[in-house]
Design a protein around this ligand. Structure first.
Ligand code: FAD
Length: 485
């Protein structure tokens, strides 16, 4: 309670997976004075924005679900993107999140003044709240490559997160730039639909073979009839993924070696042409970049109408892409599967904390936050999936759920009226950061590749310890790491 008679008022920014989660959990805790600000016209975030052919989760669906909203209905082990979007829409609807949400409301400014956050949206709406939860996403702002001549291209050109469904693909010559999970998923989905598919590869990727069987109607009925079975399946998947999550932070672990072996065998056994095989062979350790899973990428890239282009891109021209060897690759459609600005977080929003310090100042070197959730000098402002949090091939839903539980504990003294403000101390933040930078040395992310995990210094901007340690840190905040007023 604030002033003994008022519950805390919250603004949640973003209605993706983490914003929906926050609204539901606040309500569950009896906190109903909540507005969700969402700049788009629907909930869903990532899964609303990404609609490219072949999009699916690379975490099994029964793990990539809220712990409080399991569903027996997932169609596949790794269900497609539109099904995930429908899942988030349904959960949001069932918990009345949409009623709490202002759609079409991009928050442009948050300023901490007299103990409250003053919020402004692009449309001029203003609000004053006690607590802000920034659930603005991490893979959200598309990153575009800086090729000369991009504007000259006369075909259809778009980023993978802005798929133009009006562009016909049948009979088209399609180029894809990039070799991350998105590009790999697109290659498999598109190769049989298009006339010619060219994949422009700067860096080869290790591919972990992984089947994606559908769940039969019998299996789904069984899950419906026996929720314990569903819970057991989730527990088993959690154990498998924990093994992986714990392995990536130890580059020399036996599990990491096993994963590397499986990727190598996949390449050796499934790519017939030795020249293509070598072109597809990465020169770094598996999982150094986010590990890609696919049941059929190698099969797809070996189709007669598919081409792997390894020559560096010189420029884009009206008719297609010219590589440095002088060849023009003629195209009707060019898709930029070039990822996201992973250091943007809630920016370009302006955030002004205590004493007029701006986020731009606090993050002048690079984004940082204590335990990914709290920035010193920015009281009562919390992030979900913020800087340096766990990344890898596991469910970011679990990460957000754990972080949310941690934030709720931090807010207890504010709810009881004992305190008005809470934020991490600078000392705790600096210590945490120093330990983090030291610990990344053992991880697979520093074994010699360029990846979106690395910051401007080449240091992985991630949680470098085991997932178990993350869970245990999130169990209860160290009180000495936080300053209450
Ligand atoms: C292609 C792709 C595949 C992925 N696959 C997986 C996977 O297999 N497993 C996994 O765990 N994760 C995966 N991810 C990561 C995925 O982003 C997260 O799992 C999760 O969806 C993130 O949810 P979020 O709510 O944190 O952010 P987002 O889903 O990005 O949602 C953020 C929301 O905030 C809104 N917003 C942002 N700024 C503002 C503002 N200033 N004002 C108002 N609203 C704002 C946005 O419009 C958006 O709706 C994938 C991401 C991509 C892009």
């Amino acid at each position: 309670m604030v002033d003994d008679d008022r519950e805390l008022r919250f603004a949640i920014i973003g209605a993706g997976m983490a914003g929906i989660l926050s609204a539901i959990k606040l309500k569950e805790a009896g906190l109903t004075d909540v507005t969700v600000y969402e700049k788009a016209d629907r909930v869903g975030g990532t899964w609303r924005e990404n609609t490219y052919p072949g999009l699916s989760c690379d975490v099994p669906s029964h793990l990539y679900s809220y712990s409080f909203a399991p569903t027996p209905d997932w169609s596949h082990r790794f269900s497609p993107g539109d099904e995930i979007q429908q899942y988030f829409e349904r959960v949001a609807r069932e918990h009345d999140v949409e009623q709490q949400t202002r759609f079409g409301a991009a928050v442009t400014r948050c300023r901490f003044e007299d103990g409250m956050w003053h919020i402004e949206t692009e449309g001029g709406h203003r609000d004053v709240v006690d607590v802000v939860i920034a659930a603005t996403g991490v893979l959200h702002h598309p990153k575009l490559p800086e090729f000369d001549g991009l504007d000259d291209f006369e075909g259809a050109l778009f980023h993978s997160a802005r798929w133009d469904h009006d562009v016909p693909l049948e009979g088209a010559r399609v180029g894809i730039v990039g070799t991350g999970s998105t590009a790999v998923q697109m290659v498999s989905a598109l190769v049989d639909r298009v006339d010619k598919l060219s994949l422009f590869q700067r860096t080869a990727q290790w591919i972990m073979p992984q089947d994606n069987p559908p769940y039969s109607e019998d299996e789904k009925s069984e899950f419906r009839a026996n929720p314990e079975q569903l819970a057991e399946l989730r527990a088993n998947l959690t154990r498998v993924f924990d093994t992986f999550a714990n392995a990536i932070v130890d580059a020399d672990s036996p599990e990491m070696k096993m994963i590397a072996g499986m990727c190598r065998e996949n390449l050796e056994n499934n790519v017939r042409d030795p020249e293509l095989r070598e072109a597809l062979r990465p020169d770094y350790q598996a999982a150094c970049k986010r590990l890609i899973i696919s049941p059929d990428f190698y099969e797809a890239i070996q189709r007669p109408n598919a081409a792997l282009v390894t020559g560096a891109i010189e420029r884009v021209e009206a008719a297609g892409v010219r590589t440095r060897d002088g060849r023009l690759h003629e195209l009707d459609v060019l898709v930029l599967a070039t990822g996201f600005k992973t250091d943007a977080f809630m920016r370009p929003m302006t955030v002004i904390g205590r004493n007029g310090e701006s986020l731009a100042q606090a993050w002048a070197a690079r984004p940082s936050a204590y335990m990914s959730v709290s920035i010193p000098g920015f009281p009562n402002f919390f992030m979900l999936n913020g800087p340096n949090g766990p990344v890898g091939n596991f469910s970011l839903i679990e990460v957000a759920e754990l972080q949310f539980g941690y934030i709720m504990q931090l807010l207890e003294p504010l709810r009881s009226g004992e305190r008005r403000e809470v934020s991490a101390t600078r000392g705790a933040m600096e210590q945490h950061e120093a330990a983090r930078v030291q610990a990344v040395e053992k991880t697979v992310w520093v074994t010699g590749c360029r990846s979106w995990y690395l910051d401007d210094r080449g240091i992985p901007a991630t949680w470098p310890w085991s997932f178990d340690r993350f869970r245990s840190e999130m169990q209860s905040p160290h009180s000495a790491a936080f300053e209450y007023r």
